[in-house]
Design a protein around this ligand. Structure first.
Ligand code: ADP
Length: 223
């Protein structure tokens, strides 16, 4: 079983992926990430049974059935030896209940919080490079390309909007979060050591670090 388990939750475009990336980059010996979305994409690439079953749900932006997710997650996370950051679980009340039934009790729950309006704005303003996957914002955002407007700084390709950032899909993902995931996360926050991290200003990282210090995740030998 992992040394400790920390759930990372937040609505789509809350910035939780970037925060996790920074934690892994700055403290590589301490943290390991388990992202349910990434794991499912890996299964799809490898064409496993899980991947083939999950495919059509993911393409529509809807939840993969609970039993498939619960079996995969509970099997996978038994193996880690570091502080495990779990992204994307639980995302429904059913998954939350299954987590309790399996006696999987997280040491902390982090909710990375931004408003729905801000999440929609971030998604509307995001552009990605189809060549190398680099992410930017449009002009006027906080991270526009620096060399040529609308072109990737690294490979020069024309930037595009991600399919799931298109307004209808983006709104749907927010709605699914509000109806299905928010109740599960609220329950987890109330039952375990919960931290609500404000990330409206994009400075959530320092707040996450402070919260991790308060629960004793870092010690004197942490680099
Ligand atoms: P997003 O935050 O855009 O939903 P993710 O990478 O977290 O992106 O997830 C991609 C897709 O994988 C989701 O749209 C959903 O179909 C599926 N998925 C991820 N986590 C879960 C989960 N805990 N339960 C059910 N489906 C999930």
């Amino acid at each position: 079983m992992a040394k400790s388990i920390i759930l990372f939750a937040g609505r789509p475009n809350s910035g939780k992926g970037s925060l996790e990336g920074r934690l892994l980059a700055e403290y590589p010996k301490l943290f390991e990430l388990y992202s349910v979305g990434d794991k499912l994409r890996e299964h799809r690439r490898m064409r496993t049974e899980i991947g083939l079953k999950a495919q059509s749900y993911m393409a529509q932006g809807i939840m993969v059935p609970d039993d498939l997710i619960v079996e995969m997650v509970l099997g996978d996370i038994a193996e880690s030896t570091k502080v495990l950051l779990v992204d994307g679980f639980p995302r429904t009340i059913g998954q939350f209940q299954a987590m309790l039934d399996a006696k999987l009790y997280p040491d902390a729950v982090f909710l990375i919080e931004i408003s729905e309006e801000e999440a929609l704005t971030r998604s509307f303003n995001r552009r990605v490079c189809p060549g190398c996957g680099a992410t930017y914002t449009i002009e006027g955002g906080f991270n526009p390309p620096k060399k040529r407007a609308g072109k990737c700084d690294k490979c020069g390709e024309e930037l595009v909007m991600r399919e799931d950032d298109k307004p209808e899909v983006s709104q749907k993902r927010q709605n699914v979060y509000t109806t299905d995931t928010e109740p599960a996360i609220d329950s987890a926050l109330a039952l375990f050591n919960g931290f609500v991290i404000d990330n409206m200003d994009g400075h959530g990282f320092e707040r996450v670090e402070a919260a991790l210090i308060s629960i004793g995740v870092f010690d004197d030998e942490t680099e």
